[in-house]
Every structure is written in structure tokens, then in C-alpha cells.
Design a protein around this ligand. Structure first.
Ligand SMILES: Cc1cc2nc3c(=O)[nH]c(=O)nc-3n(C[C@H](O)[C@H](O)[C@H](O)COP(=O)(O)OP(=O)(O)OC[C@H]3O[C@@H](n4cnc5c(N)ncnc54)[C@H](O)[C@@H]3O)c2cc1C
Length: 487
């Protein structure tokens, strides 16, 4: 992503991009669910959607279903879209609250186009008419991220990126400035450069290991530190959403791709053993496993700075937040997008570094709070991890947000970073945090009118969703994985 992003968006007369990768080490090889922002990244570099989806065996994603998170038997969808109509505005849920608090039962999920389409297993592109009710959502992809990365590698090389296969064995620093000077490969080749992007994964070879940028540990709020991942056969119903189901010591993901289903169990080693976790995962697959479960170890947290001297770390080299809301690939993308306008001319630019680090701190902090919310809002007490999470202290920034919503449904709308109010709303309500009051500004509208509006909206959404093709049929027509390459 970095090589493709920089080679297409930095002037070639000024910047030459070199990519060093090791087939022997390989990539982490997981990461199949994305956020709608990835379309913006793909469009910005000129990547063709059909070709990308075909090659990475992708399906569409309208949101994430959370099963059992609030309490046993609960389920809700965090949609990629707003609740209400296109012109309802961010406080639409206040109308819903007013109806609710006057005894009129409307399921908030039925007032979201993306959720209704998800529940019906249907997909179509959002309408371009900004007033239409079916313009109120966005979409992301489920894909095989190794195939996506391979596609981007070819794309980047075709545009001038020089790729070198090799294992980095040493990172040399300038003795005077301490800046990164060169990398030594196992072949003996020395690769010099002005500016280094560390994409070395959990190893954080340059930023963490060589430059010694400290790690900030967030595991007291996000205790999961391991995952088993296993592919299984393709599921018959190609759901246009990711599923996250609560398990004994964490949660299980299910991601439908065209050729297989991606599954994994994210768990805390404090609360279960590896053997028990692997067995629990295998016992809870919808379709037969295609491989042995593969164990991955991690810790929630981030490097205290992503840009240090003449090095920026992207992806896992800069931090890790569990894949509950599919945010890691987003964090790579947003780092590239924040870096582009700040990209230095030479080796060092402390002001640009400070601004980049500030922006990335905001990104990480916002996602961290949103992830913690899912754990904190549980009412589960059946197993130790859930008991711990329900009663744990949370960051002040999150406590304040929850208090504002709990009072009268206020949701902070910030300029930078994930997530927008509809996302917060779906998790708050989905996990049972109900505001005590609605905002007085909706009090003037007669309840009967509110009820009529909500009922009409619900019916409109249902009618439009009924007209959509099934997700499986749409994918088979638009981007079948086994179709011949587009010339
Ligand atoms: C369990 C789990 C589930 C996940 N699910 C999702 C998800 O659903 N959605 C999402 O957005 N993200 C997810 N992620 C995160 C996602 O996998 C990563 O963000 C993504 O794969 C990018 O990783 P990366 O490129 O930073 O690191 P890696 O994939 O580890 O790549 C590191 C690269 O550095 C190279 N390298 C390392 N050391 C050397 C060396 N010495 N010499 C030369 N080359 C070297 C490797 O060869 C490799 O090419 C998940 C992560 C985990 C652990």
C-alpha cells in the first residue's frame, strides 16, 4: 500500500521509491475485513475496483454483526451508513428516542438502510441521488489481504517502484545525526536512502528495534493478546457483513470471501489456554476447516511516535489494535494519506514529524476508545474475561463520551479520526446503553408526526431493499474471482 501510494502520488522527478521485502519471512497473512475508506485509497491511486475484487476474491461488506456482546442472545449490526433518511441529520436518533420514550417501539436497526440490506443478504451500490434513502450507506470489502498486497506490488512495480527481494540483517545509522543511513541485506547488498518507511510488521525493525521508540501498552483495556486463524469452506449464504461472536475468552470472527470463509478466535492468554482456544474455534465453524488453526501473538498498543528522525513506521510496525472493527488496514491507509502532504524533501523535518505524530495519535486514541466501548458495555459475567471487562476502568475520554450519551443521547462529532456518530450510536444502543432523556429540541414535534415519519421510513427502506439483488448474485455478476483478466 505504501509503495503504491507514494509512487502514484509523489513526483517521480523528485522521489524514487524502493521496496525491500523478504519472501522467506513473509507477511502476517491475516486481515480480511476493511472499512469503506479503502475505496478512497484505491481510487486515489487509480486501482480498478473490479480487477482488485476479482484478484483478491473479494466480497462486499456493509457492516459488522456483533453476536452476544451485550448479553447472551443479543445481536446487532454496526452499519457503514447512517440511520434515517439522507437529510435526517446526525440527531435523527433523537426522534427515535422521543418515539421510544412515548411508548412507541421502533427497532433502530429497521431505520438503517445498510442494516436492513445486510439482514436480507442483499447488495447493490449506493444511489448517487443524495436525497434517496438508498444513498445513506457506504461499503467496504472482505478480501484476501495477501492477494490484495500482491496485486498492489505488481501495480507499484509497473509504475516504477524498484523491488528487492532480501532479508534485512542490519540497519546503519549516521554516527553524527543518528538518522537511518542504510539497510544491509543478507546478500551483502547495502541499500541507502534519504527516508525510510518501516513496514516490517510486528518486528518494527527500524522504528522500534533500531531507533528504540518505546511501546505504549494498552492491554489493561484490551486484554486479548493472541488469535488463532483458520480458513473454512465457502459458506452458502455470502453475507455482506463480517460477524463477531463472543466466546469464552474473547471473540470469533467470520469473514465471507468468494472462495472460502475466513475465521479466527481473538482471545486472552490470561483467560484460556491455546489448546482450549483452538478447540473452541474449530467447534464453532459454520463450514469444514481447510487447514490447521494458525496462532498469532500480539499486544494492544502503539509506538509512542510513528515518525522518528528520518523513519516513519506504518502498519503493525507502528502499533496494533485487535481486528474487532477492522481498523488496521485503515491505519495503514490513513498514515499514508497523512504522510503525503508532509513528506519531507530530505532526511529530516521535525515540524512535519510532530504534526504527523499528532495526527496518528488522534487516529489511534479514537479507535482504542471505540474498541474498549464494546468490552466495557457488556453485561456478561459468565466467564472471567467478560467479568473483568465489564468492571474495568476505561480512559477518561471514553467515560465522558458514555456519560454524554447516557444523559440525553449526545454523540461527539469530531473532525479527525474514526468513528462517526452512527457507529457510536449502533454500539451504544446495540449493547444496551439507553439515554435517560431525549434532547429538548425534538420535544416540539408532535409524537404522532414522529411516529408517522418513522413508520414511513421503515417501509421505504424495506421496499427498496426488496428490489436489490442478493449479495452472492451481485458478486457473481460484477467481480467473479475466476473470471478471465480484463485486458
Ligand atoms: C489476528 C489478526 C487479524 C487481523 N485482521 C484484520 C482485519 O480483519 N482487518 C484489518 O484491517 N487488519 C487486520 N489485521 C491486521 C493486518 O493483518 C495488518 O494490518 C496487515 O496485514 C498489514 O501488516 P503489515 O504490512 O504491517 O505487516 P506484515 O504483514 O507482517 O508485513 C511485514 C513485511 O515486512 C517484511 N519484513 C519483516 N522483517 C524483514 C526483514 N528482516 N527483512 C526484509 N523484510 C522484512 C516481511 O517480509 C513482510 O513483507 C489483523 C491482524 C491480526 C494479527
Amino acid at each position: 500500500m505504501a509503495a503504491a501510494g507514494f509512487v502514484t502520488q509523489l513526483p517521480p522527478s523528485r522521489y524514487r521509491i524502493r521496496l525491500v521485502e523478504s519472501e522467506e519471512i513473509g507477511t502476517v497473512g491475516v486481515g480480511e475485513a476493511t472499512l469503506p475508506h479503502i475505496k478512497e485509497f484505491n481510487d486515489s491511486i487509480g486501482l480498478d475496483e473490479v480487477e482488485m475484487m476479482r484478484r483478491s476474491k473479494a466480497s462486499f461488506k456493509l457492516g459488522i454483526e456483533f453476536v452476544g456482546w451485550g448479553f447472551e442472545g443479543s445481536r446487532y449490526i454496526h452499519p457503514f451508513g447512517t440511520h434515517g433518511r439522507a437529510d435526517s441529520g446526525p440527531a435523527f436518533h433523537q426522534l427515535w428516542l422521543r418515539a421510544l420514550q412515548n411508548g412507541h417501539k421502533f427497532d433502530l436497526e429497521d431505520l438503517s438502510f445498510a442494516i436492513t440490506a445486510s439482514r436480507a443478504n442483499r447488495f447493490d451500490f449506493p444511489s448517487k441521488n443524495p436525497h434517496a434513502v438508498n444513498s445513506t450507506y457506504a461499503y467496504a470489502y472482505h478480501f484476501d489481504s495477501s492477494l490484495y498486497a500482491g496485486h498492489l506490488r505488481e501495480f507499484a512495480e509497473a509504475r516504477g517502484v524498484l523491488r528487492t527481494e532480501g532479508k534485512i540483517t542490519d540497519v546503519a545509522l549516521d554516527p553524527e545525526s543518528g538518522a537511518v543511513q542504510s539497510l544491509t541485506l543478507n546478500s551483502g547488498e547495502v541499500v541507502g536512502g534519504d527516508f525510510f518507511i518501516d513496514c516490517s510488521g510486528f518486528r518494527s525493525l527500524i522504528l522500534g528495534n533500531r531507533l528504540g521508540v518505546e511501546w505504549e501498552d494498552w492491554s489493561k483495556w484490551l486484554p486479548c493478546d493472541r488469535a488463532f486463524a483458520v480458513p473454512s469452506e465457502r459458506s452458502g449464504d455470502l453475507t455482506p457483513y463480517t460477524r463477531s461472536t463472543v466466546r469464552t475468552a474473547g471473540w470469533q470472527w467470520r469473514i465471507p470471501l468468494q472462495h472460502r470463509t475466513g475465521n479466527g478466535y481473538v482471545f486472552s492468554s490470561q483467560f484460556t489456554s491455546d489448546d482450549e482456544a483452538a478447540a473452541e474455534l474449530l467447534a464453532n465453524l459454520d463450514t469444514p476447516a481447510l487447514d490447521e488453526p494458525r496462532l498469532l501473538r500480539f499486544q494492544a498498543g502503539r509506538r509512542t511516535r510513528s515518525w522518528e528522525r528520518n523513519c516513519v513506521a506504518l502498519g503493525l510496525a507502528s502499533g496494533f489494535l485487535e481486528p474487532l472493527e477492522s481498523t488496521s488496514i485503515y491505519l495503514i491507509q490513513i498514515a499514508i494519506m497523512h504522510l503525503l502532504p508532509l513528506f519531507p524533501d530530505g532526511r529530516s523535518d521535525p515540524k512535519a514529524a510532530a504534526e504527523f505524530n499528532r495526527k496518528m495519535d488522534v487516529e489511534y486514541d479514537r479507535i482504542r476508545d471505540f474498541l474498549i466501548l464494546h468490552y466495557k458495555l457488556t453485561k456478561r459475567e459468565e466467564t472471567e474475561i467478560w467479568k473483568y471487562c465489564r468492571h474495568m476502568d476505561v480512559p477518561d475520554s471514553l467515560r465522558e463520551k458514555m456519560a454524554l450519551f447516557g444523559h440525553r443521547g449526545h454523540i461527539e462529532q469530531y473532525r479527525d479520526g474514526l468513528f462517526t456518530p452512527p457507529s457510536w450510536l449502533s454500539v451504544y444502543v446495540g449493547q444496551g446503553l439507553q439515554p435517560k432523556h431525549y434532547h429538548p429540541r425534538v420535544a416540539a414535534m408532535p409524537v404522532e408526526r414522529v411516529v408517522e415519519e418513522l413508520a414511513t421510513l421503515e417501509a421505504d427502506i424495506r421496499d427498496r431493499v426488496d428490489e436489490m439483488p442478493s449479495h452472492a448474485a451481485f458478486v457473481a455478476r460484477y467481480c467473479p474471482a475466476d473470471a478471465p483478466a480484463v485486458p
